[in-house]
Design a protein around this ligand. Structure first.
Ligand code: GLN
Length: 450
């Protein structure tokens, strides 16, 4: 199995994989075979997996898609990587992503963009573009990814695969290269909800090495996949079906909702009234946290250091100017600005207040329904290059995914159709948002549709 996928990876032109090491992979595969022979196997033993290059790995380079870490190898494995390895999964290699997970199209990677397997002119989405594209192209049966503001759900939608971002704190962030720590959450991307449930069973769990990891008793996420949906109340946020939503996305979403009605669910009109404030709040909070997290990349402790500097300050300046890409530098500047004396109250504190209002909106909505459904993205995947020089256009496309992270809720994307006309081969994703710790229910609801 490992050989089959390695061969496909070798033949692929998607640029989804950044680091592959056949010898190491085959060693893990041999160990899995041995475990199977000794009857010590776990359900996932021998199943190949690939990791987003945000998760650090002891034996593969870990770059976060950045020049500043281009030659970096971690002395330890991220908790998620270790857990999946302990289950006997076979690691195929590291997956391309936007630099430090900042982006929506994978075009911010220092190692070049990833192509969408459905349409080579289209972006795969981001920041987990490599993870979604690799699963869609069957270069791996499953992948890890991270979601700070949509980076599991939006690429899964653009590539026609399934992804789940769990409740904040359920999956350890230890060894996940930090972008915005209060929003970052790891999760799986796979073909189906059932596969995601199997992966989540291994990925979750309390980790003393992550201070925000939750102590919660283990759960079998496959536990109620087959439960009927009779009587399920699905909240439809009216703010999501507005002028900004392209008709070619709205149509498949409406069709999927009709399918859910046929399965016995009821649609309930709800309001997430602060939806329009998600973008400004997120693009203050995430850069603020990023500016702090990325201060560690100073040319001393990790990776790249510029040449020809005059003194320490000059070394810092040159290393960071040459090592970080434009989008990362833009966010460090914005983040430093909104945290600075005199602006902190005007921007950062205001954004935190909006964050609380957004969480309240969800709290109220979940009094009327068990799950919220809507689009993942207002459009299908756009053309490579179309928005590459327009950061604001990228930010605006995040409108439907950011609030889930701001509230810390679990969210999913499942494939539900395709665009129209010359976008007929570009997938559309249906977004499912649940209440805190409702992953098992979300996976059940997704599975019934699939
Ligand atoms: N597109 C969003 C951003 O650029 C979300 C990225 C993410 O979830 N990592 O920040």
């Amino acid at each position: 199995l490992a050989r089959l996928f390695l061969k496909r990876i070798g033949d692929s032109e998607l640029n989804a994989f950044l680091h592959v090491d056949e010898t190491l992979t085959l060693k893990q595969a041999a160990a899995a075979d041995e475990r199977l022979a000794k009857n010590e196997a776990h359900p996932l033993t021998g199943v190949p997996i690939a990791h987003k290059d945000i998760f650090v790995t002891k034996d593969w380079r870990s770059t976060a898609g950045s020049k500043i870490l281009a030659n970096y190898t971690s002395p330890f494995n991220a908790t998620v990587v270790q857990k999946l390895q302990d289950a006997g999964m076979v690691h195929l290699g590291k997956l391309n992503c936007d630099e430090f997970a900042m982006g929506s199209s994978n075009e911010n990677s220092y190692f070049g963009p990833v192509r969408n397997p459905w349409d080579p002119d289209a972006v795969p989405g981001g920041s987990s573009g490599g993870s979604a594209a690799a699963v869609a192209a069957r270069l791996t049966p499953a992948a890890t990814a991270t979601d700070t503001g949509g980076s599991i759900r939006q690429p899964a939608a653009f590539c026609g695969v399934t992804g789940i971002k769990p409740t904040y704190g359920l999956v350890s962030r230890y060894g996940m290269i930090a972008y915005a720590s209060s929003l970052d959450q790891g999760g799986p991307i796979a073909k189906t909800a059932e596969d995601c449930a199997l992966l989540l069973n291994e990925m979750t769990g309390f980790d003393p090495k992550d201070s925000t990891s939750l102590e919660k008793s283990p759960e079998d996420y496959t536990g109620c996949l087959n439960r009927p949906l009779e009587g399920l109340r699905i909240g439809i946020p009216r703010e999501y079906f507005s002028d900004g939503l392209s008709p070619e996305v709205e149509q498949p979403i409406r069709n999927a909702l009709k399918e859910y009605e046929k399965l016995g669910a009821k649609l309930v009109d709800i309001s997430l009234k602060n939806t329009a404030l998600c973008i400004p709040a997120y693009y203050v909070i995430a850069p603020a946290e990023a500016s702090s997290n990325l201060s560690r990349f100073d040319g001393v402790r990790y990776g790249f250091r510029a040449e020809n500097y005059t003194d320490l300050q000059d070394m810092y300046r040159k290393t960071r100017s040459e090592g970080f890409g434009d989008e990362v530098q833009r966010r460090i500047l914005v983040g430093t600005y909104v945290l600075s004396h005199g602006y902190y109250d005007a921007y950062y504190i205001q954004a935190q207040k909006i964050r609380r209002l957004i969480a309240e909106d969800y709290k109220n909505a979940f009094r009327e329904c068990e799950v919220i459904m809507g689009p993942v993205s207002p459009t299908v995947a756009w053309n490579l290059g179309d928005k590459a020089d327009d950061p604001v256009a990228n930010y605006l496309g995040d409108i439907f995914t950011l609030s889930t992270n701001l509230a810390g809720l679990p969210g999913m994307s499942i494939p539900c159709g395709f665009g129209q006309g010359n976008h007929a081969s570009r997938p559309v994703g249906l977004q499912l948002t649940g209440n805190y710790f409702d992953e098992t229910r979300l996976l059940n609801i997704a599975h019934q549709y699939q």
